[in-house]
Design a protein around this ligand. Structure first.
Ligand code: AMP
Length: 384
């Protein structure tokens, strides 16, 4: 197929979209204010602010369809482009996901279970919310929070003042703290014709609010069906096209929604190496109006995020991938910086036991050379 996909954002998600789309015959154009945006090597890079009208119009005119790789793109910018060419997922999904209060309210209205929550915009409202919800609870900024930033857990009455000092100058939401047994996510792709495919439920492990590792499939057929039903409500309600990720808490066999991302998602990166069609392939297929590929898994997968800088063994192995065919390194070619997501590695195996063995071996070799302590992650991964 031919055509040009415009992407608002040129980070690693846009980069992996382009890597999936180039072999399909697609061209790419990106708008991103960062001069060193890592997707830029795959197409024209319009280096401009998110609300630069001329730049947005240029992107819209040069594209057959426009999508985005992060959810804080101003909804107005996506809507402006919509007057020039189709934008998928729909800007309304951005609008809902950009504000945790709107997002949670919508999910609650759709009958998707969520932790109890209250809007908070003053100190007395915080006190009232904490009284209603009870301790512990979590206070979060309604907008621009990501990777655990802009949130704090309140465990004792004395925490209120400190947390208010830290976050009180933003609009906030106070949520019940979920003492979850596990975190997981369901990723789905919905085509222009409404047909939907789902990847297997993925178990996620966070460290300091940042995704550290994902394991798929997270087997439990009952849970898979429940998760699919929840994400389907969101997709249908938003008349959605593209990939959407719904992050969930698992508690006593029940699923509670935390948040959704109207885009390809870090917890779906394993699908590049461990599924028949990756989330990137199917996102492009969906927004280009093509039939979706099978989202079934081909192996057991474990994805580790690589933070800070690429381990030197990754660089060596990437030049000889045949030496370890079950270990798939992905380098986003970003400038190293402490805590920055600069790549990921996915281990694949035919069996769960094989996965654990290969992953433990890799963790042992990497040790603490990556900022993430892989051995510790493996231990957590093996306790559901
Ligand atoms: P979020 O930015 O909402 O995705 O939160 C980042 C991480 O904080 C989540 O993946 C959880 O590990 C934790 N978290 C967020 N909200 C809650 C909650 N209500 N209860 C327990 N843990 C939470």
């Amino acid at each position: 197929m031919t055509g040009t996909v415009g992407i608002l954002g040129a980070g690693q998600l846009a980069r992996m979209l382009a890597q999936a789309g180039k072999p399909m015959g697609l061209d790419f154009i990106f708008l991103d204010p960062a001069e060193d945006a890592c997707a830029a090597e795959y197409g024209e890079h319009i280096c401009a602010a998110w609300d630069d009208e001329a730049a947005l119009k240029k992107l819209g005119r040069q594209s057959d369809v426009v999508t985005f790789d992060f959810e804080n793109v101003p909804e107005a910018s996506a809507s402006l482009i919509e007057s020039l060419c189709p934008v998928y997922p729909p800007p309304r999904a951005l609008y809902k996901s950009q504000d945790r209060l709107r997002e949670k309210t919508m999910m609650q209205d759709l009958g998707i279970p969520v932790a109890p929550f209250h809007a908070v915009s003053s100190r007395p409202e915080l006190k009232a919310a904490v009284e209603q919800i009870g301790l512990p609870c979590v206070l979060k900024t309604r907008r621009f929070g990501y990777d655990g930033k802009g949130q704090a857990v309140l465990r004792f009455e004395e925490d209120l003042e400190r947390v208010w000092q830290d976050l009180g100058d933003s609009d906030l939401i106070c949520e019940g703290f979920v003492p979850f047994d596990a975190e997981c996510s369901i990723i789905a792709a919905r085509g222009l014709d409404g047909r939907t495919v789902y990847w297997p439920l993925t178990r996620n492990l966070h460290r300091d609010g940042v995704l550290a590792a994902s394991v798929a499939p997270f087997f439990d057929s009952g849970l898979q069906a429940k998760a699919e039903a929840l994400v389907q409500r969101l997709l249908d309600h938003l008349d959605y096209t593209g990939v959407l990720a719904l992050e969930l808490f698992l508690k006593d066999g029940e699923l509670l929604a935390n948040e959704f991302a109207p885009r390809v998602h870090n917890s779906g990166h394993w699908s590049i190496d461990g599924a028949r069609s990756s989330q990137f392939d199917n996102h492009l297929r969906a927004i280009c109006g093509l039939p979706l590929g099978d989202a079934g898994h081909t192996s057991h997968s474990l994805m580790f995020n690589l933070l800070g800088e690429m381990p030197s063994m990754a660089k060596r192995r990437m030049s000889t991938p045949q030496s370890e065919p079950d270990v798939h390194w992905h380098d986003y070619q970003k400038t190293p910086r402490a805590g920055r997501k600069i790549g990921h590695v996915t281990v694949t195996a035919e069996t769960e036991g094989g996965l654990r063995a290969t992953a433990a071996q890799l963790a042992g070799k990497l040790g603490v050379t990556a900022e993430l302590n892989l051995e510790a992650v493996m231990q957590d991964v093996s306790t559901p």
